[in-house]
Design a protein around this ligand. Structure first.
Ligand SMILES: O=c1ccn([C@@H]2O[C@H](COP(=O)(O)OP(=O)(O)O[C@H]3O[C@H](CO)[C@@H](O)[C@H](O)[C@H]3O)[C@@H](O)[C@H]2O)c(=O)[nH]1
Length: 479
């Protein structure tokens, strides 16, 4: 029998969200192609949503069936998150988060306990940094504790140094300081307005969210290794500073780690509308892609203003309007006559295969909420961004895109957003000098990413380094 460190068996648990399941699946595939055995866990709810959304001919009980046929040793299991399948987790997000903190860990514990008993080769837990329980479970079952962070290192280090923000009066005081923050290791300077949203308005967000961030960044300090879906050359100072605290490996973008091939693993939570035929008739680089990811809510007023801005811009667009984007069952939010007015200039879809759309040569700009996966997707396909961050890390991600890397523009500089400013910025994104400048900067950033995922690049090297370090750790833990 092989030693446990020669063929590590890792349990992988993503946070039950679209933007987390996707990078976890790519990482699982990468590790399995490097000789790991993986047991991948989705919640029953996520599994149901994925299988319901997959094309009927591919619906499977096990999303890794095809991957296994190609020789990868990936097992799949689903566990209960503490709520009935019919419970609406988004409309009851506060209650859901309480459940993820207090109930979900008991289900994970139960599952891991049984698996470890049956299978002594299980040596490692790779859990989403967003969970509060990994160190408890890793310690209980003597597993190497690996935390996977799906956002940029900049955001990680801000939460990691929450205490510094508090001591210095930039967070959690009655009257937070408004001057620049220049004491976080590896971050030159950041304005309070660029902090993740949860750190800006501590009194208006739920208690559960605040508890989660405090708890997860206490827990991650116990991890043996931290993996991050970023690129060393994009955030060098921040990453070096973090590496002085903990073994921290930038290994992104994970969707490129297996070469850019279409994955056989179903991950989408909604069915894809096909946009390729509609795109065919458009001139090269002329279409704006608009999407706000899987999680963020918009107000009815802002969506109406966006719709008017798109009309005024006269640009062709594909707009992903996810079901539930208003945070309610309301579906009646587009201005009267909008669909007639856009005719064949605009296509509104509930969801699509984002990679297929932004890789299409007809697409020339991306109006995005600045979800980290979307930023990585669009860098790879050289599509400049118009940034409309809505909450959480998206606020800080915008700073990276617009202020630091200069590969995107702000949608509006003030709130509430205004249709004339939206239209003007859409046009600046899609044509003229500003568009050319953005494209030139984008080429430089893309080159860094391209180098990182090449066989001698930093992300590939960091994956190898992580695997080597993990094997040493496994031999020391001696399961
Ligand atoms: O129509 C669509 C829209 C999105 N996607 C995919 O869905 C994912 C979306 O991820 P992301 O852009 O990161 O947005 P969210 O779904 O909003 O992701 C959550 O998780 C991210 C990673 O932690 C955070 O950066 C975000 O702020 C948070 O909202 C990406 O893989 C996209 O390729 C599609 O396939 N089709």
């Amino acid at each position: 029998m092989e030693d446990a460190q020669d063929k590590p068996h890792a349990i992988m648990v993503p946070c039950p969200l679209q933007g987390h399941v996707v990078p976890f699946v790519h990482l699982a595939t990468k590790l399995a192609s490097n000789g790991f055995t993986i047991t991948f866990i989705n919640t029953e709810k996520i599994h149901l949503q994925i299988t319901k959304s997959a094309p009927t001919n591919t619906t499977q009980d096990d999303i890794f069936t095809e991957a296994r046929k190609s020789g990868l040793d990936i097992h799949y299991a689903t566990i209960n998150d503490g709520f009935p399948l019919g419970f609406d987790r988004f409309l009851n997000s506060e209650q859901y988060m309480e459940g993820l903190i207090h109930v979900f860990p008991a289900h994970v514990d139960n599952f891991v306990g049984k698996l470890v008993l049956k299978n002594p080769q299980v040596t490692c837990l790779i859990a989403d940094t967003f969970f509060v329980w990994p160190s408890m479970i890793a310690n209980k079952y003597n597993l190497v504790n690996v935390s996977f962070w799906t956002e940029p290192a900049m955001v990680f280090t801000i939460y990691y140094h929450l205490n510094l923000l508090k001591i210095n009066g930039h967070y959690a005081s009655h009257d937070n300081r408004e001057d620049a923050i220049d004491y976080i290791p590896g971050v030159d300077s950041i304005e309070p307005k660029d902090l993740p949203s949860y750190l800006q308005a501590p009194n208006t967000i739920g208690v559960a969210v605040r508890m989660i961030y405090k708890a997860i960044f206490e827990d991650v300090k116990e991890a043996d290794f931290v993996l991050c879906n970023t690129v060393q050359e994009l955030e060098p100072k921040t990453i070096s500073a973090l590496q002085e605290k903990q073994p921290f490996y930038p290994i992104g973008p994970t969707f490129l780690l297996n070469g850019f091939t279409k994955t056989t693993v179903a991950t989408s939570l909604w069915s894809h509308s096909d946009c390729t035929q509609w795109l065919q008739s458009k001139p090269r680089g002329s279409v704006l892609y608009v999407s706000f990811g899987s999680l963020a809510f918009c107000s009815k007023e802002d969506l109406a203003e966006l719709a008017h801005g798109l009309l005024l811009s006269e640009v062709s667009f594909i707009w992903v309007l996810r079901p539930g984007i208003l945070g309610s069952d309301d579906t009646d939010f587009l201005p009267v006559g909008f669909e007639d007015e856009i005719k064949d200039r605009g296509l509104v879809v509930p969801w699509c295969c984002q990679i297929s759309v932004i890789s299409h040569p007809k697409v020339g700009g991306f109006l995005t909420h600045c979800g980290w996966n979307s930023i990585l997707d669009t860098i790879w396909f050289n599509v400049p961004m118009l940034c409309y961050p809505l909450f959480t890390d998206q606020i800080t991600n915008r700073k990276l895109v617009v202020d630091d890397w200069k590969i995107g523009l702000n949608l509006c500089d003030r709130k509430p957003i205004r249709r004339d400013e939206i239209a003007e910025n859409i046009n600046r994104l899609m044509s003229g000098k500003s568009a050319n400048d953005l494209k030139k900067n984008m080429e430089k950033i893309k080159e860094k990413v391209e180098n990182a995922v090449s066989s001698a690049g930093s992300s590939e090297k960091n994956v190898k380094q992580f695997i080597g370090d993990l094997k040493v750790k496994i031999s020391q833990v001696g399961r």
